[in-house]
Write a protein that binds this ligand. Structure first.
Ligand code: NAD
Length: 243
């Protein structure tokens, strides 16, 4: 039996699957992963340094400009056939979808997301007092540039407004890891799509699945060895796997 047939049999038999997605899920929607070559301005910067409290502290305008550019780019992107296949599977079985992605492409494909472990590009909060802040979408014309530095707005308390995403070295939103772990623990299959598995604690969910005896299937052109490996992209493989 081929890897794909084996995986399809496991998908067909699953009654309470969990799905963990990473940046590779959205790559074919034109949203670059952190490990893709970056363009323009961002070629010169390390995303891990921009997506960090240290990066924010040293140059908030640089980080704000980068995030506003990314938010505009995601607004322009569309869900790919992989997102649509996951959403269709979720209409057939009670699927628990956990994502590390800060985009909204699963939701726009029609999925209900259990938790965004790393927050959302479209939520903001005060960096000083933590209060959530509404910020209008960036003007799409921002995409004509490379994401120029831009001064972040100020909250009423005087603090700077920052994206409500989880930066390297920060804690996950309260309860996010608990609900994700409970979903994996209760699952009879974990499908891991497009994640390099190097960003913890999210990467620990596949380890948890192994510890709980939950079978793992991985979809990735460059599999990490975290389960039955299907070598290929999300948009190519998921429609065949989940049909
Ligand atoms: P990553 O950048 O570390 O790894 C991406 C993984 O996706 C790699 O293993 C790569 O082989 C795989 N991949 C590349 N193209 C693929 C495709 N077409 N189909 C399937 N897999 C593909 O991403 P990560 O593991 O999610 O960790 C980085 C962090 O960066 C995440 O926590 C996430 O919050 C953040 N991030 C999010 C987005 C987004 O929201 N779309 C984009 C970039 C980074």
């Amino acid at each position: 039996m081929s890897q794909l047939s084996q995986a399809r049999a496991a998908v067909t038999a699953a009654r309470r699957p969990a799905v963990l997605t990473g940046a590779g899920m959205s790559a074919e929607s034109g949203v670059p992963t952190f490990r893709d070559a970056l363009t323009g301005l961002w070629e010169r910067f390390d995303p891990a340094a921009l997506a960090s409290p240290q990066g924010w502290a040293s140059d908030p305008a640089l980080v704000w400009g980068w995030y506003r550019w990314r938010a505009a780019a995601v607004r322009r992107a569309e869900p790919n056939p992989g997102h649509l296949a996951v959403a269709a599977w979720g209409r057939r079985v009670p699927l628990q979808l956990i994502t590390q992605n800060v985009d909204d492409l699963h939701e726009r494909a029609g999925s209900e997301v259990l938790t965004h472990l790393h927050g959302s590009l479209f939520d903001y909060r005060c960096a000083r007092c933590g209060e959530p802040v509404q910020v209008p979408d960036p003007d799409p014309s921002i995409l004509a540039g490379d994401g120029e530095p831009e001064q972040p707005p100020r909250h009423d308390c005087g603090g700077l407004v920052r994206p409500a995403v989880v930066w390297f070295g920060e804690l996950l939103p309260e309860g996010a890891m608990e609900s994700a772990s409970a979903a994996v623990d209760a699952a009879d299959l974990l499908l891991v799509i497009g994640t390099s598995g190097v960003v913890y604690p999210a990467a620990g969910l596949a380890d948890l699945a192994h510890a709980c005896g939950v079978p793992v299937i991985e979809v990735n052109p460059d599999p990490t060895g975290r389960g039955l490996a299907l070598r290929g992209t999300a948009a190519e493989l998921l429609p065949a796997l989940l049909a």
